[in-house]
Design a protein around this ligand. Structure first.
Ligand SMILES: Cc1cc2nc3c(=O)[nH]c(=O)nc-3n(C[C@H](O)[C@H](O)[C@H](O)COP(=O)(O)OP(=O)(O)OC[C@H]3O[C@@H](n4cnc5c(N)ncnc54)[C@H](O)[C@@H]3O)c2cc1C
Length: 409
């Protein structure tokens, strides 16, 4: 089997590695000259950790990353509202929540892909169209010289991110059902000693306008601060406003000389899911298929679970253990089901919790925070909470169960 993957982001790279480990030939194409290094994902929930294991990279990810300890929701003055102790449960869970900034994860994945003879990497190859017939699927790419080239395979997978050309070619330029929040989020990477102010590894600050997340993302003291900003500000205005925002929001009210800022990246946030994640021999995965806001880190986690499941489907097809038509429909149904029942509602409530909840009454009125508080003194409830947090893991495992029931594995 030969699979063409469009997009060498984290989802495309991980899918390539899993398929190549099963001796499937992969052509991985990207429109850019190398991987994207903007500050984006950093936290990978247990369901994604299992997929990193499937790709054979977990040991390296664990070597370079770490497993966070406590997670606290706070008022803007830093006062803790409630804390979830040992949020990754790293002592009990071999697939514990793991942190590694995406630029570092990307480099690590790329190294593994470059070392794998089953993966052919094509940079500066923008996919501009796709097609298929009964026995084959293909992409049309435009290279740097402007020449169009057709590349043929058995399947095409669009891992080409939020503005996916594969999705647009399948469903139309503007067809990506869902909504865009009336909010602008600014993601920054900054060296600043939050721990001196009693901040934990992950902190969510609840406030109507100055809401933010501050999370340690490396072991050498780099933090991700993602904060809400006025939607009317331009990029230049966001950058100019950042020192005033930090001085007002962060503990210790720092001036620019008190911290080292590495990146500032504003972006709009969405909750969207494509009408289908499979049309014939062409599939979509990760951001190309669905988007959510970043509070709670469910974007790439959901994307990695897509590619873990899709890889199992394609490997089953290559080994003639499953019916392609049946199993790819299962992929489509299960993964969109998980988006609509888990990722969309949970990530939406994560965002509303920090941006639209009264911090004074949050712990009484917000069901989740109330449960976190009660779980502090109740081991049984804590276990229940961890089980709820594992819901995505359980549902992602559903694909395997469907395999057995419908696909014949
Ligand atoms: C600030 C921020 C914080 C986040 N934090 C988290 C987190 O903690 N945990 C989490 O799970 N998720 C998080 N996310 C979401 C996460 O970063 C994304 O879900 C993830 O990067 C999507 O990966 P992807 O491989 O699907 O797409 P991308 O990373 O967007 O990669 C797509 C690739 O496709 C290429 N491409 C695009 N168009 C074409 C074309 N026509 N032809 C060829 N190649 C093309 C691009 O060059 C790119 O390399 C965060 C997002 C943001 C913005």
């Amino acid at each position: 089997m030969h699979v063409i993957i469009v997009g060498a982001g984290p989802s495309g790279l991980v899918l390539s590695l899993i398929l190549a480990r099963a001796s499937i030939q992969v052509t991985l194409l990207d429109s850019e000259a190398t991987i994207d290094s903007r500050p984006r994902a950093a936290h990978y929930a247990p369901s994604a950790v299992r997929v990193l294991q499937q790709a054979g990279v977990l040991a390296d990810v664990r070597r370079d990353g770490f497993m966070p300890q406590d997670m606290t929701w706070r008022k803007i003055d830093g006062t803790p509202i409630v804390t979830l102790k040992d949020c990754s449960q790293s002592r009990h869970n071999p697939e514990a929540l793991t942190v590694l900034p995406l630029n570092l994860l990307g480099k690590l994945l790329l190294k593994h892909a470059e070392d794998n003879p089953k993966i052919e990497l094509g940079w500066n190859q923008r996919v501009v169209d796709i097609g298929q017939d009964a026995g084959r699927a293909w992409v049309v790419t435009r290279d740097q010289a402007g020449d169009l080239v057709e590349i043929w395979g058995d399947y095409v997978v669009g891992c080409d991110g939020a503005n996916s050309q594969v999705r647009k070619s399948l469903f139309g330029e503007k067809n990506f059902p869902g909504k865009t929040w009336h909010a602008q989020i600014v993601a920054t990477n900054v060296y600043y000693p939050f721990e001196k102010f009693g901040y934990d590894d992950i902190n969510f600050i609840i406030h109507p306008t100055d809401y933010y997340m501050a999370a340690r993302i490396t072991t050498d003291g780099l933090w991700r601060v993602s904060y809400g900003e006025d939607t009317t500000l331009t990029l230049d205005e966001v950058i100019a406003h950042q020192p005033a925002k930090f001085a007002r929001m962060l503990p210790g009210h720092p001036q620019p000389t008190d911290y080292r800022l590495l990146n500032v990246g504003p972006y709009r946030i969405h909750q969207r899911c494509a009408d289908a994640m499979r049309v014939g021999r062409i599939c979509l995965a990760a951001d190309a298929a669905h988007l959510c806001n970043p509070f709670g880190g469910m974007g790439l986690t959901g994307g990695l679970v897509d590619v873990g499941g899709l890889a199992e489907c394609l490997i089953g097809i290559a080994e003639q253990r499953v019916d392609a038509e049946v199993i790819l429909n299962v992929y489509d149904r299960v993964r969109r089901g998980v988006y609509h029942t888990i990722i969309d509602p949970i990530s939406s409530s994560n965002f509303l919790r920090v941006s639209a909840t009264d911090p004074e009454t949050a712990v009484e009125k917000d069901e989740y925070l109330a449960m976190v508080k009660r779980a502090g003194d109740d081991e049984g409830l804590r276990k229940e909470l961890d089980d709820v947090s594992s819901l995505i893991v359980l549902l992602s495992r559903g694909l395997r169960d469907f395999f057995k029931g419908e696909g014949g594995l």
